[in-house]
Design a protein around this ligand. Sequence first.
Ligand SMILES: [Fe+2]
Length: 377
Amino acid sequence: MKLRPSRLNTTATCSLATKAQELDSASAQFTTLTPAELQPNTPSRLAGKEFLPGSTGDGFPKVLSPPSETFPHAVRVETHSVDDCVVSCRRYLQENLPQYGAVLLRNLPLKTAADFSSLSQRLGYKGMTYQGGAVEREELDKTSGTYTASDEPPQAVIEHHNEMAYSPVYPSKLLFFCQQEPGEDCGGETPLVKSTDILSRLNPRVLQTFADKKVRYVRYAPPRGPGAYLPWQDVFMTEDPKTAEHFLQQKGFSFKWEPSGALVYWQVLPAFLKHPETGKTVWFNQIQSHHASHLQGMPRFKDSDLPNHHYSCQTYYGDGSEIEPAVLQHIRAITWSCAVGFPWRNGDVLVVDNLAVQHARMSFTGPRRILAMLSEN
Ligand SMILES: [Fe+2]
């Protein structure tokens, strides 16, 4: 196991104008972690896995691949305090995130949600609200935009997605913080996959179809009541229907209220974007994770007989036609085939370029607590 140190000289970066509390007392050292150091004892099984949509279908990989030499780019930060390393970390991320798409900072002395919120802000990230979001997560700090990564049941696998790709307003970066690492071989990885890898392996006809037709994202938000999943009051963080309508109008959604009091809303969005920093075309969507078949594969809907349009999320082609099951299976199989995962360690901070990289969540057993901050910049 060979470590390859890459020392970052921050001396030149410190200017007189820099806030005193953000001056590094010394240049923090970043030691690149090898794939062997990020490898799990046992790779997580994928093919045939329960509560993983598509896992019994064609082309599904047997296990989740370990990290490669460059993805994610992972470093151990040699430091004793956040004060000593925050400027170095900020520069390190600025220099490396565009190239790698995902950077893991290990060994940071963080313990609490407040530690993570503070670090995120000092790294220069601006948190955004999860108003209009598609999964259950708890807001921990309104000011910094810190949430639990997901409150979905631990048995469920959350499929790959670009965060909030179902909305015209989405985070540019994501920061994850491991406050409680899962036990060894207990799952709970946050798999990552690069847009470039997906695009190079998806069938060109599938890509062309989505380029032509785009994606129609439809949401169904019931009124609050017993057993209601993601009621509109929770989705829009309000009890006032007019506030929800205003939010939707501002974001360009069409909507209607059903006699039951459910709010249905939809919008057609591209399946691709042009990355504002690299200029590359990226695969940016939630085609499979927003599809009703994703929720149908979740434990909470195991024996449900809900019609498709009463699931909280649904995707179609932009013209309203159904996405063929074979196309969904192809996307799922290719995406999981290109994905990598690593075991979390306490104190890890993972910064992800939300446009260049999709993320997911493996199911897990035992304790695990990952926090997330959605950054607009
Ligand atoms: Fe997510």
